[in-house]
Design a protein around this ligand. Sequence first.
Ligand code: MSP
Length: 690
Amino acid sequence: MNTRDTFYITTPIYYVNDVPHIGHAYTTVAADVLARYWRLRGREVFFLTGLDEHGQKVQQAAAKAGIDPQAHCDRLAPQFTNLWQRLNISNDAFIRTTDKQHQVVVQRYLQQLYDKQLIYKADYTGWYCTYDERFWTEKDVVGGLCPDCKRPIERLSEHNYFFKMGQYQERLIDHIRTHEDFIRPASRRNEVLGFLQTQKLGDLSISRPKSRLSWGIELPFDENYVTYVWFDALVNYISALEYLPNEKPAGLGYWPANVHLVGKDILTTHAVYWSTMLMALADTTEEDEKRAYFALPKTIFAHGWWTVDGEKMSKSRGNVVDPNAMVDQFDADAFRYFLLREVPFGQDGDFSRSTMVTTINSALANGIGNLLSRTLTMIERSCAGTIPDRGPAVLPELEQRIEDLARQLPARIEAGYNGLLFRDILLMIEELNSACDEYIDKSAPWKLAKQPEAQPQLHTVLNTSARALRLLAILLYPFMPQAAQQMIHQLGLPLDLSKPISTNVGDWDTPIAGSRIQKGVALFPRILLAEPGEYKLTGGDARIYKAKGGRPVSEPTTPSLATTTPPQIATPAPAAAPTAAQPAQITIDDFMKVQLKAAKVLAAERVPKSEKLLKLQVSLGSEQRQIVAGIGKKYEPDTLVGKTIVIVANLKPAKLMGIESQGMVLAAGDSEVRGLATFIEDVEPGTKVK
Ligand code: MSP
């Protein structure tokens, strides 16, 4: 029995050979927001994410690359771990299904089920989709195609092991009926219930003959088989608790999970396969305590899918949204905010860069960023940088409104978190922000500052705004950890938001006067949209979509030319000798000698025996070029295909490791590549860049 106030949150474990995209980032950011909120509220949080590393696709990809599947997984795993770091994901553990300890647990459970005759061997003939690694029944198949991925399927007959899933149908229906929050949102719950009430639940094939697939966990009772990838993957949610928490004995006290966050496409595997697996595992023991260990998760929440500019996202369309590029261009906090602000959680949404820019500018630059900056500027100018005491009321109605909102918000927001209503939470936060904006506009503190007799009123306005900002920072923290901590820092408050805070810290009545502010750079500079096809690099700031002087997420970087060819080949002769502090200046004519163009990456592969070099085939519209670029440490070749990048088009061809390079790629970073220059809009390959 779990008596601690724990909160166990999971994301799906992602296929290791997928390229991380907006869908992966979406679930993981949402889970992170929940984890950070409940940590702040003092709960004992365990936040798990990780990788699903077995199965056909990994085996095939490794064979194609000519390496061992484990080496292939090890090579790909950093794609995810690095991205989570860049997105400030605060996971407590990271599971990989190739972890030895995980495999041991899977085998133990398989054996337990087998010993209780909950797994049996039988012949099976069916329609098999190699891509999805699953059998389909006759009625699912239309025109010889997989109903899911629409690829051709094949008739396959083999001996397999089956899990007696069917016998749990009634128990599962009953559980869903009596546990309102088990499957959410309610529309998804009704879908699952509808399906379970109208169709007979069959048994589940949980093995694959090694002759067809060897990259998996061996069945403990038959060495000729490995286990089906989903049986292996789903178990991660409890196997992880046996060896990953920093807790001895094992952190089993976290189970059952409070929330499994999943995308809508994998709801069935979670709601039906996983639930029945847990029921069966509970049936392998008579002891109450052990049965409780296989209790069903409290909530499985299925979120919607993102389309991109109205279209399905896919590699073949070349419109996969790369979260790394989003962090490069907009920074992690703004991207996180947008993801959860744009669409009610649970519904599908459409991603477009222009909507993202609009949201960031209105909610962040003109909203919270502006409120902080104007309040601190006035405190600096009129109160020598110290937050003043409150004086008499200035606009009693508006002041009351702000106070009422501030007093109600924490409870309303907690209700929002219980319902996973991220968008509603952000709208509530924006409501307080707007009330403060209106208050400042109407009370016009800059006018009060000019009247010596109005000093007490001025102090009321500034004190009220500072209190509201303190609360806003705390409320925003789960969504934008860096910016929120920065707000607290600029307000001069000694508060570490990554630690639980006692509830009264952000309370309206908690004094704030006397705090010495530390005004810094603007939190969210406005994003300037360049003209289509045209493009302005603002000096010294690699995030070229941002106004100059933006808050650097990482160290400020300057655009560099990322190939192994020395940069001076492309850089026109300096007009004056550069110094460390000030690079040499060049004239516009010098700059115009360099021809920059938008280029679409058609194909990318590693240069053999080089860690750093990638060979790219790029389209400039009317012509195709081959470019060898030194960006291989930063990017997997696949992630670049379909991207529109910037190249130096009039560079004299050169040979790198014997391969001709007809140009050079523009990237940020010095010795280490930090990001490739790309565009906000869809820019035609071949368009001039200046
Ligand atoms: N390995 C399994 C999960 C096992 S969990 C025990 C898997 N992996 S995955 O890499 O394919 O995961 C993809 C996740 O991304 C799923 O939750 C899926 O719903 C989500 N998305 C894939 N495309 C998406 C969008 N276009 N939009 C939002 N989420 C999307 O499935």
